[in-house]
Design a protein. Sequence first.
Length: 242
Amino acid sequence: MEVVIGQSAEELALYAASMVRDVVRSKDHPVLGLATGSSPLPLYTELIRAHRDEGVSFAHVSAVTLDEYVGLPPDHPQSYHEVIRQEFTRHVDIDDARVFSPDGDPARAMDAGERYEKVLSELGGVDVQILGIGTDGHIAFNEPGSSLQSRTRIKTLTDQTRSDNARFFGSLDEVPIHALTQGLDTILDARRVVLMATGQAKAQAIAAMVEGPMSASCPASVLQWHPHVTVCVDEAAASLLE
Ligand code: F6R
């Protein structure tokens, strides 16, 4: 695991963006794995700037999200499909039809995980997966206790995650109870992983991920198994590393 410690979120975003740009430049049909949440926002801002000011094109790119709520239609403002559109993809020249998310329609949820795995494999896998990390060490919606071998499936959200995410909804009751999420083993299939984290609140999770034992109690620790992971952190998030 490569750990890059930067002075600011913007400096880390520039570093991460250079890795994404390398993949976008060097491949005919690159596939980007996109995370929602606050951590990757400076990276998306930098990629949007590079598109606007330097003509970096995403016209040949496909993108896949990590997860999706069950029960929110794709155009709901809080569905991850729509969040990614608003925060990144609508600002660049990527084809909307090439942005994929798990199908959160409850009527089709039972085999939605399997269908999403098929989409990922038909795309030829993810070239670079952007990740954030939860304060409890979760990645995507793989909470502590998730199987290290998990593939895309429905998970029941913990009370903690629902209350953390209630800030985006009118009330806690509006936060869906279930989500579809790429599994830990699905995430390991990405050819390269870039994880972004800033702030003291992430320090414990970062230390457990990088230096702790590989364990379902810190789902992100499964990344120790991956040969090409870059962890982009500020000094606060790195503060508990030995
Ligand atoms: C987002 C996701 C989550 C977040 C994590 C950190 O698609 O799957 O695992 O990456 O909860 O969120 P932020 O970046 O908001 O601290």
